[in-house]
Design a protein around this ligand. Sequence first.
Ligand code: MN
Length: 256
Amino acid sequence: MKILITNDDGIYAPGLWILAKELSKVAEVIVVAPDREQSAVGTAVSLRKPLIVQKITPLAPGTQAYSVEGTPADSVILALGKIVDKVDLVVSGINRGANLGEDVLISGTVGAALVGYLRGFPAIAVSTAEWDDVCLTNTGRFIAMLASKIHRSELGNNVFLNVNMPMLPVTEVKGVQITRLASKSHINTVEEGHDGKRTYYVLVRQAIEKEPEEKTDIWAINHGNISITPLNIFFGNRFSPAVLEGLCSGLLDELK
Ligand code: MN
């Protein structure tokens, strides 16, 4: 099995290397990641600037590593276009901080996994709110086991998973829940400040505190479970297309 690893916390983030170390026990590992932190850039790509790639000394023995002066998505596109021909899996993480609900739309961790998936490779994004070496190692071990199972499964390339770990020691984790995204996970507000000359604004995102719906990713995490959310690239909607068809009928005639 050959695995491409990337992240959005940058090539020297501990989560990346603990993941690389654990995955290298079950697979050949190639690390290609941004040279600096790129959290919350989603699937952004650098279309109009040259991208510098540097081979670096890997921090996990037996792996190869490259740093990219670009985004997480750039790293995956470059890796799959120039560094490796074909991989069995793309894994993005281990991100510092959870990526739940609406987070998947802006997360660079999930964005990088999405790019791998769109290029036809199974992909996993993995995040954890807990941040000590023991938790990261257990998260890495869990992903290594999951990767091996997926590789031997019938799922083929149609795998795009968002994995989040609860803030608990592994002995206290309740279970593994297959979840859907929580629909409303954050409140977005704008705070105003003054620097003496100008007014500036700061975008603030706060997690919603109300109890989430059962079987959503946030619910699973709040109840001490590992959450695995299968994702696809289509945004669902809550009404039948017929309603919108009725609403839009005649618009073009009017325009003409
Ligand atoms: Mn991050």
